[in-house]
Design a protein around this ligand. Structure first.
Ligand code: CO
Length: 215
C-alpha cells in the first residue's frame, strides 16, 4: 500500500474512535475555537504539539517553524500571534524547543545550507550573544543542549519585545510567556524560561502606548 494511504485509513479509524468515546467530539468545536494556549514549536516530526501535551483539537493554537524561532519581521508568525492574542485572547504562549534540534545543530557549524542560512542566522546571533557561556561547555552534546535552552529563552524575549504582547500585558494582564524544551530521549518537557505580564523589560525594547490614541 502507498504509505500516504495508511494516513487516510488511520484518519477514518481515529474519527470513528473519537465519536465512540464522545459523540459530540467534533460537533462541539465546529462554530468557534477558544484555545487557552498558543504553541510555537519546531517543525521537527518528533515533537507533535498536541500529543506531547495531551491536548485535543481546540486546545492549542499552533505555529511551527524550523527551530521554533520568533523573528520580528516574520509576517507568518506575527499574523498567528496577533490573532492568538487579540482575537482568541490566549492566556499562555509556549515556545517549545527540543534537544537534538537539527536547526540549532546546523547553526553551530559553518556548513553552507543555501536558503536555510538566512533562517539559521537568527540562531547564530543567539550564539554570538551567549558565546562565552556556550563555549565554556566542552562536551559538544551538552553544548548543543544548552544552546537549545538559550535559544528558547531568547525567543521568549523576542515575543515580549513585540508590541502585540506588550500591549496585551498593559491592557489585559496576559499572556504569560513560557519557554519549554522537549527531551526527545524521555518524552518530557522542561521549563527553561518564564515571563509574566509584570516583567520589566530592557527599556530599549519597551514601547510606550498611547492607549487613547489611534495606534
Ligand atoms: Co528542531
Amino acid at each position: 500500500m502507498d504509505s500516504h494511504k495508511k494516513l487516510l485509513l488511520a484518519n477514518k479509524a481515529w474519527a470513528e474512535e473519537k465519536l465512540k468515546i464522545r459523540p459530540d467530539f467534533f460537533s462541539r468545536n465546529v462554530e468557534t475555537q477558544q484555545p487557552e494556549f498558543m504553541w510555537i514549536g519546531c517543525s521537527d516530526s518528533r515533537v507533535p504539539a498536541e500529543e506531547v501535551t495531551g491536548t485535543e483539537p481546540g486546545e492549542l493554537f499552533v505555529h511551527r517553524n524550523v527551530a521554533n524561532l520568533v523573528v520580528h519581521t516574520d509576517l507568518n508568525l506575527l499574523s498567528v500571534l496577533q490573532y492568538a492574542v487579540q482575537v482568541l485572547k490566549v492566556k499562555h504562549i509556549i515556545v517549545c524547543g527540543h534537544y537534538n534540534c537539527g536547526g540549532v545543530k546546523n547553526a553551530l557549524t559553518n556548513t553552507d545550507l543555501g536558503l536555510l542560512n538566512k533562517w539559521l542566522r537568527h540562531i547564530k546571533d543567539v550564539y554570538r550573544l551567549n558565546r562565552q557561556e556556550v563555549e565554556s561547555i566542552a562536551d559538544p552534546a551538552l553544548r548543543l543542549d544548552r544552546m537549545v535552552e538559550i535559544n528558547v529563552a531568547e525567543q521568549v524575549h523576542n515575543l515580549a519585545q513585540t508590541s502585540i504582547v506588550q500591549k496585551a500585558w498593559v491592557t489585559e494582564n496576559r499572556p504569560v510567556l513560557h519557554g519549554w524544551v522537549y527531551d526527545i530521549r524521555t518524552g518530557l518537557l522542561k521549563e527553561v524560561a518564564l515571563m509574566t505580564p509584570d516583567t520589566k523589560l530592557d527599556d530599549i525594547y519597551q514601547f510606550s502606548f498611547d492607549l487613547n490614541g489611534n495606534h
